[in-house]
Design a protein around this ligand. Structure first.
Ligand SMILES: *Cc1c(COP(=O)(O)O)cnc(C)c1O
Length: 390
């Protein structure tokens, strides 16, 4: 039994960094102005927002007016899909949407609703056994009336990284905008939009040690996009609503630090991740890695175990002091196999026993020693209990 609680669910959310918290505090009380106001309170708040926007733009290699501040990664995905789909239909009659079956629900459900309620034609790109899109498959499916392509940068559930720059080159040559959901990628991967070649990119601060309830959407200059939240003219008319100054300041500080510390944190993550993958595959019978073996997030290990109840596994691990996940946190409590794992062709008898282990800045070798001691004992015990229950 572990004496200390060990958090291994950094893909679900990360703790707020201490310095990020400090950067936010003045804007909760002393500097409370509305950035839209003309007076000095407003000007101080506006200056803080514009400093934050400049920092975000610098890390992404974008212009400040290409950054739209939103309330979370989910909203950024919604704005990208709905906003571009509607604008492209209005502009050139484009009705066809292309995305992948392994997107976060923020993308997939939005695309499905655009099809169901607004008559867009939704097509899902095939993915390989690791959940990656083949650029050739994209090339074949792009049409003159494709309004938007959306492909996840790094998968939250299985960690696989898409070849976004290759997908972007194809979209660019055909004049179709490409959005990428980089919410999970932002804490670890290259984020410069010129290198990625994307037209739209979503981030959410709580996945990179920033506060919850704040996100951003990069929108390349000239990309057709209509607002989905209308009102006052904030964010160049693209996202109405009084700006959440402290959270915006915190998001910028968090992204700045993340980019600065990336080489060092990634080396730490990879070492721990590789220990987890090697040991689990060696010491747990009937275990498989999900997602790509090498083209995966540095902090991300994910598995399926045959004939194990994934929720029972999470409960047993929690009792032993380890917080993990079975995939996307939004799906916890549902007994159906994950749609992402099903899209990879993993049969339900395996997919129901999924486990995601994601390490963070403060995860230590001792934490991983304890975890790798506990897990190989828990899995056979649950299999045995499942056999008796059946
Ligand atoms: C967490 C996550 C989201 C949702 O972001 P929120 O800021 O929590 O709304 C979207 N996409 C991916 C890939 C994620 O990991």
């Amino acid at each position: 039994m572990a004496s200390k609680k060990v958090y291994l669910d950094h893909a679900a959310t990360t703790p707020l960094d201490e310095r990020v918290l400090e950067s936010m505090l003045p804007y909760f009380h002393r500097e409370f102005g509305n950035p839209s106001s003309i007076h000095s309170w407003g000007q101080n708040a506006e200056a803080a927002v514009e400093r934050a926007r400049a920092t975000l733009a610098e890390v992404l290699g974008a212009a400040p007016d290409e950054i739209v501040l939103t309330s979370c990664g989910t909203e950024s995905d919604n704005l990208a899909l709905r906003g571009v789909a509607r604008a492209e239909r209005q502009r050139r009659g484009a009705q066809h949407l292309l995305t992948t079956p392994v997107e976060h629900p923020a993308v997939l459900r939005t695309a499905q609703q655009l099809a169901e309620l607004e008559g867009f034609e939704l097509e899902l790109l095939p993915v390989d056994e690791y959940g990656r899109v083949d650029p050739e498959a994209l090339e074949q499916r792009l049409r003159p009336n494709t309004a938007l392509v959306s492909a996840i940068y790094a998968n939250n559930e299985i960690g696989s990284i898409n070849a976004i720059a290759d997908l972007a080159r194809i979209c660019r040559s055909r004049g179709v905008p490409l959005h990428t959901d980089a919410v999970q990628a932002a804490s670890q991967l290259e984020m410069r939009v010129a290198d990625l070649g994307v037209d739209l990119l979503s981030i959410g601060a709580h996945k990179f040690y920033g506060p919850k309830g704040i996100g951003a959407l990069y929108v390349r200059q000239g990309t057709p996009i209509a607002p989905i939240q209308t009102g006052g003219g904030q964010e160049n008319g693209l996202r109405a609503g009084t700006l959440n100054v402290p959270l915006i300041v915190g998001m910028a500080e968090a992204l700045r630090q993340t980019a600065e510390r990336r080489p060092e944190t990634n080396a730490h993550f990879e070492r721990l991740r590789d220990r987890i993958i090697e040991t689990v595959l060696r010491h747990v019978p009937e275990a498989r890695l999900t997602g790509h073996p090498t083209l995966r997030l540095p902090n991300h290990a994910s598995f399926v175990f045959r004939s194990v109840d994934g929720n029972a596994l999470l409960a047993a691990l929690d009792q032993a002091g380890f917080a993990c996940s079975s995939g996307s946190a939004c799906k916890a409590g549902h007994p159906e196999p994950s749609e992402v794992l099903t899209a990879l062709g993993i049969p339900p008898s395996w997919a129901l026993g999924s486990l995601r282990v994601t390490v963070g800045r403060s995860t230590t070798d001792e934490d991983i020693d304890a975890f790798l001691e506990a897990l190989p004992a828990i899995v056979p015990r649950l299999r045995e209990a499942g056999r008796h229950a059946a």
